[in-house]
Design a protein around this ligand. Sequence first.
Ligand SMILES: [Zn+2]
Length: 408
Amino acid sequence: MPWLARFMLLGALAPGRPATAPMSLVVATARGEARIPVRTDGTTGPMVAAPALLAALGGKAEVVDAWADVEIARQNFRLVLGAPYYSVGAGLKPLVGSAVVKRDTLFLPLQFVTNVIPAELKDRYRYIASAGRLEDRAAPPTGTTAAAGAPRNPKRLPNGLNKGYVVAVDPGHGGVDPGNPGIYFPRGLTESDVTLQVGLLVREELLNRGVGVVMTRTTDTLIDIRQRASYCSDRCNLFVSIHVNSLPRRPGFNKVRGFETYFLADAKTEDAARVAKMENEAVRFDQSPGAEPGGGLDFILKDLQLNEYLRESGRLAELIQSHLGEVHSGPDKGVKQAGLWVLTTARRPAVLVEMGFSTNPEDAKVMSDARSQRNLAGSIADAVVSYLLEYQRRVSPDAETRTVGGRE
Ligand SMILES: [Zn+2]
């Protein structure tokens, strides 16, 4: 029996155990509110990435031998790695799930947040199950004065961002251009359907974080590839294009999986050149006159040697990769560079995210499952907020900076 079916059966048989875990949690403290994605993959129960949780709570964690040592509000917790137990002081107490380390990231079972923290630190934290919200009882209600008693900067959001940032979200392809056929997507979904679904969720997640959004499309329609980045004009800070990778059928093609983020430059590897060729093919659907592919792109790339946004785009790409790594079960294929038409008209930092391969069954599930789509969107939004916080600190280093991460 597949794992998921077994899990659902167990869920149905075990009374009192929720059949589904929340897709994300909100952690509300004096430093603001943070949304933490809840990850569930094929081998474990619901988990949260320790770095995201502890950044929000201002705690820390260390993996020592077979233990994860976690410190929150000066309280030490020890979780056994790979077995469902924890201890506070002496003796082991049971958990439903285990702490695990996956690709260098420590994950804690969801129950640690929903039950253990509120039980062991009950004077400090409470968990509101109906809202999926862990609250620091000491935190002032949103919109009142900050913890230090200083008046809150009215231009600043609880997550530390200034108000007024705008991000252009570009769901790739659409209309007569379905993108890649998505051979492992269910119900005949294509790349253009999945990029739109995730893109709309990214909009929602960004709006939740107080960031304004411009969409290049909100329906199944085609936007010229060379016009897309122009949606990010004067009042826009970043451009994020969302896509799905695929490989041509050849031996082993459906084993390749993982996520990668591109920014505009000459392709450095054969694989990056393949992605550029694949995504640039959409130029044949363009309705408006413009330079032909080939010479025009070379010209633009030369111009880009001077583009002040290249390094910024590279940093945004890094942050997207690291946040996606907290929710994606496939490998982090890293930050890549390629000559991508869709990014050429951007006059702002601009990246293209390949969320995974539709030609791999596991990746296809990560990108088409509703809960997982929400996690992908939340992590892209988190990366955008991290980037904007860094940007904000650089442009106004003297201003009060309240970071989500806390300890720096
Ligand atoms: Zn695409």
